[in-house]
Design a protein around this ligand. Structure first.
Ligand code: CP
Length: 305
């Protein structure tokens, strides 16, 4: 593949190649080799039209650890404010020699459009409510490391699925990797298309928790709530929040995940987020490794070690 736009585009072999390459890169980092010469002379452009902390910084760190040149573009403060289109912005960046463009955009489908305009590889870093494939890959990598494998593992994804590109990408990738996924959400925060997704749906978090190997809490996306019916924060937290009592219902070895940023005290209690069974900080660290693997494979680096 030349681009990474949807987790649904990845075959099981593609996904395993990325996870195994990330594992190899993690082993290299553990040997205190911080920087590899693999992508020397290549240019990676981070094109961010929406805010980001983890994704933008980790793509930058990943590209730099592979010795690529990095150009960070943020729509705020650019000529986008003067009305310049995505296409003209992309062609301007390509003229500066981008070998890969990492794009986050508020519109679902923007990375797909971009791929028709530029010669370099396009990596989707989150498009609207559609997909966030590198998040799903880093989540799968984190689960595989903690749980020892994904085949037959029971993964519960909880919360604002309607607005979550993380949920869609995770469901698609985890199904490809052989995991059993259950979505738990209020009926008003599920997309109408969920019936065609490769997963189960439940409205009862307390019933799902004892049967879970991993529980992934989603952020309630207040900025995208618009017309969706949303109960009060208190009511949401009471029915769908992972607090101490609910955490106690999970099997002893089960892990808690969250892609970040979190609404602490709402979808997840602070003491659960900070517990040793939470992988939230690991997920961030694994994000750099996964994005190194993706850039390495797309840009055709030489040997890893
Ligand atoms: N998980 C995630 O995409 O976080 P950011 O929005 O901070 O990149």
């Amino acid at each position: 593949n030349r681009h990474l736009i949807s987790a649904g585009d990845l075959t099981k072999d593609d996904a395993l190649l990325i996870l195994d390459t990330a594992e190899e890169l993690a082993r290299v980092s553990e040997r205190s080799i911080k920087k590899l010469p693999t992508l020397r002379g290549r240019t990676v452009v981070n094109l961010f039209f929406e805010d980001s902390t983890r994704t933008r910084i980790s793509f930058e760190a990943a590209a730099k650890r592979l010795s690529a040149d990095v150009i960070n573009f943020s729509a705020k403060g650019s000529s986008v404010s003067k009305g310049e289109s995505l296409k003209d912005t992309a062609l301007t960046l390509e003229a500066m020699g981008a070998d890969a463009v990492v794009i986050r955009h508020g519109s679902s489908g923007a990375p797909h459009r971009l791929a028709t305009w530029v010669r370099g590889s396009v990596v989707n870093a989150g498009d609207g409510t559609h997909e966030h494939p590198t998040q799903a890959l880093l989540d799968a990598f984190s689960m595989r490391r903690r749980l020892g494998g994904l085949d037959g593992r029971r993964i519960t994804i909880v919360g604002d699925v309607l607005h979550s590109r993380v949920a869609r990408s995770n469901v698609l990738l985890l199904a490809t990797l052989g995991a059993d996924v259950t979505l738990v959400a209020p009926p008003t925060l599920l997309p109408v298309s969920v019936g065609s997704w490769p997963c189960e749906v439940s409205y009862d978090l307390d019933a799902a928790l004892p049967k879970s190997d991993a529980v992934m809490m989603l952020r309630v996306q207040k900025e995208r709530m618009n017309a969706a019916y949303f109960p009060s924060e208190r009511e949401y937290s009471r029915r769908y929040g992972l607090d101490r009592d609910r955490f106690a219902k999970m099997p002893d070895e089960a892990i808690v995940m969250h892609p970040g940023p979190m609404n602490r005290g709402m979808e997840i209690a602070a003491e659960v987020a900070d517990s040793p069974r939470s992988t939230i900080v690991e997920q961030v660290a694994n994000g750099v490794t996964i994005r190194m693997a993706v850039l390495y494979l797309l840009l055709g680096g030489e040997t890893v070690a």
